[in-house]
Structures are given as C-alpha cells and as structure tokens.
Design a protein around this ligand. Structure first.
Ligand SMILES: O=C(O)CCC(=O)C(=O)O
Ligand SMILES: [Fe+2]
Length: 338
C-alpha cells in the first residue's frame, strides 16, 4: 500500500494540440510527435486539445453517467459486473482496490468510487464474445434508461477513432511508421468506463481515497474529467502533482503494455484520485484502448540496445490484463482459451 501524501500544485502535465494530426503537414505532425515523445518519457501523461471529439458528445456522456448513478442501488446491482462473462456492468462502491499492483505489499483499503464498464457491443454468438474475454460483448444495459446503450456505442466509436489517431502519433514519436500499431489494434480491446466519486468522507479508513495509486494496465487511456478535480499523477521525480481539469481536453496516459512495448522508455505512470471538494460528486469517464488480447507484446524496434537491455518478459496483452484485474477485483473471469 502506498501512503497518501498531498500533491504539489505544479502544472507539469503538458497540453498538446492535436490539430496537426487532423490536417497538418509532415513537419507539424513530427513536431507534435516530438512533444508526445517527451511527455511519454517523462510523466507518461499529457492533455490533448483540438482532438476532434465534439463537445456535445462529451457533455451527453456525463449526463448519461449522472442518470445511471442516480438509479436506485438495487437497479444498479441488477447489472453487477459479476453477472457478465466479460465483466461488463456495474461496480458498487468498495468493489475495487486499485492500489494492488504489488501483491506482496500490505493490502490497501477499497476505493471510494462506483463505476460502470462496457466493452465492444457484440452479439453473444460473435466469435470474440464467445471467448468470454473482458471488453468483448456481454454488455449489460440499464433497462430504466432507454437511449443509454445507443449513446455508449456512439461514444465507443468516437474513442476508437481518437485512439487510432493517438496510436499514429505514438508510432511517429517512436520513429516508427504511423501505422505500426495497426495490426495489434485490429479487433482491439476498448472499454468505456463511467466513474462517480463522492466527496472524500471524514470517516474514510486510513489511506482510503477515491481511487488508490495505480498504473493503467493496457495501451492508452483517454480520460474525460468533469470540473471538480482530484486526479493526481506521479511526476518524473516521483512527486505527486495535480492534473486539474482543463475544459475541452482529454487526459491521455499510457498503460503498462505501452511501457512493455517500449522496453520502459515510455512510462506507464502511477496516478490516483481524491475528491477533496466540499459536497460535489466527481464524475470521470476513461476509455481504455488496448491491443487485441492475443497480441504478443515485445519491444518495438530500437528500444533494446546494449546500454538498455530488455526489461520485461514477453507476454500477451490478455495475460497481463487478466492478472491485473485479478489483483484489483480479487477474482478472475472464467475465459475460454484464446
Ligand atoms: O477518475 C479518474 O480521473 C481516473 C480514473 C482511473 O485512473 C482509472 O479508472 O483507471
Ligand atoms: Fe487509471
């Protein structure tokens, strides 16, 4: 368990304008890629603006999140994530211990958040849904909220498009062709998550906060946060700093698989959430964009040298994600073989 200490207020998470990736020339794309390179080596976090996702889609996303979490608890429990073979659905408060990466350390208290997951919306008999892997089908929708499913599918698609744009700039930032990640992201694992954090309660347990310190497990995370604040990130000097809300932005951070892919040159950094506001719930909406489950994660060309030998064992994307899920939720979904 990592003991909570208050963060510094320095804004060192850079803001990167994605305009060149939408309609820029080669030189402006390379310059953006270089900004991304520096951010990924340093904190592994950056904000993006001018990303091409309409503001009203993001606004509607938060409206649906509020409507979902406002449902009575028994209605939300009716779609508990344990009922889905792909773990899609509702996670009640206390359902996850995000500060669980080091499974030999003293156990941390559970997170003070509730959440909802949905993955790629597939029919149950689709070959990937039949494998019962996280993020592929078996979504559970709240019957009380007509239109919720259609919205989530629309948001999923928008994140998929933006995710591909980010992978292109990440590839360029590593001196690779812009389509380098494409084959690993055919039939990708994409998960929309909605999260609600109540204000930090006075009677919380020792070191208990909204989301305990953790790294993300997959490829790239695209996070929309509301105006409340509370996201904190560990910087290159291992100090905690705030990543405050910036209107119209997404926070981008790299997950463990991207760190493995780059042999640790890029950082999948620790972050955590504490809602210090008085009386305001905080809502956030990450999209986890990860390679296809059977993608073998080996260091990209140029990332292993004599001076920088290979740091990680080769694994499949799914091996790592399942293990991290098990550590934080205390169970592993029963999957078919890949
Ligand atoms: O709510 C946030 O700002 C971050 C959430 C997060 O880190 C996660 O879901 O992995
Ligand atoms: Fe996270």
């Amino acid at each position: 368990m990592l003991i909570y200490e208050p963060p510094k207020a320095a804004l060192t998470v850079p803001v990167i304008d994605l305009t060149p990736m939408l309609d820029g020339d080669d030189a402006s794309q390379r310059s953006t890629a270089w900004d991304v390179h520096r951010a990924c080596r340093d904190t592994g976090f950056f904000y993006i603006v001018n990303h091409g996702v309409p503001a009203d889609l993001i606004e509607r996303h938060f409206d649906w999140a509020r409507r979902l979490f406002d449902l009575p608890l028994d209605r939300k429990m009716a779609i508990h994530m344990k009922k889905s073979p792909s773990t899609a659905g509702y996670e009640p408060v206390g359902g996850q211990v995000l500060d669980s990466q080091d499974d030999k350390a003293e156990a941390a208290p559970p997170d003070l958040k509730e959440s909802f997951y949905c993955g790629m919306d597939l029919p149950d008999d689709h070959p990937w849904a039949a494998k019962r892997i996280r993020s592929f089908g078996h979504n559970q929708w709240p019957v009380e909220l007509p239109g919720f499913r259609e919205h989530m599918v629309e948001y999923w698609q928008a994140m998929h498009t933006l995710g591909d744009r980010l992978l292109a700039v990440l590839a360029l930032s590593l001196d690779l062709p812009s389509d380098w990640f494409e084959s690993a992201y055919s039939m990708p694992s994409g998960t929309v998550r909605l999260i609600k954090y109540p204000p930090q309660p006075a009677d919380a347990r020792f070191n208990q906060i909204g989301a305990g310190a953790h790294t993300d497990w997959g490829g790239v995370t695209i996070l929309a946060q509301d105006s409340v604040g509370g996201l904190e990130v560990r910087n290159a000097a291992s100090e905690w700093i705030e990543a405050p809300p910036i209107a119209g932005s997404f926070v981008i951070n790299l997950g463990d698989l991207m760190a493995r892919w780059t042999n640790g040159i890029y950082n999948s950094n620790m972050h955590r959430v504490k809602n210090n506001s008085s009386g305001r719930d905080r809502y956030s909406a990450p999209f986890f964009y990860s390679p296809r489950p059977d993608a073998v994660i080996e260091p990209v060309p140029g990332s292993v040298t004599d001076a920088h030998p290979s740091k990680f064992e080769t694994c499949t994307a799914n091996d790592h994600m399942v293990e991290m899920f098990r550590r934080s939720y205390g169970y592993a979904p029963k999957e078919a073989a890949l």
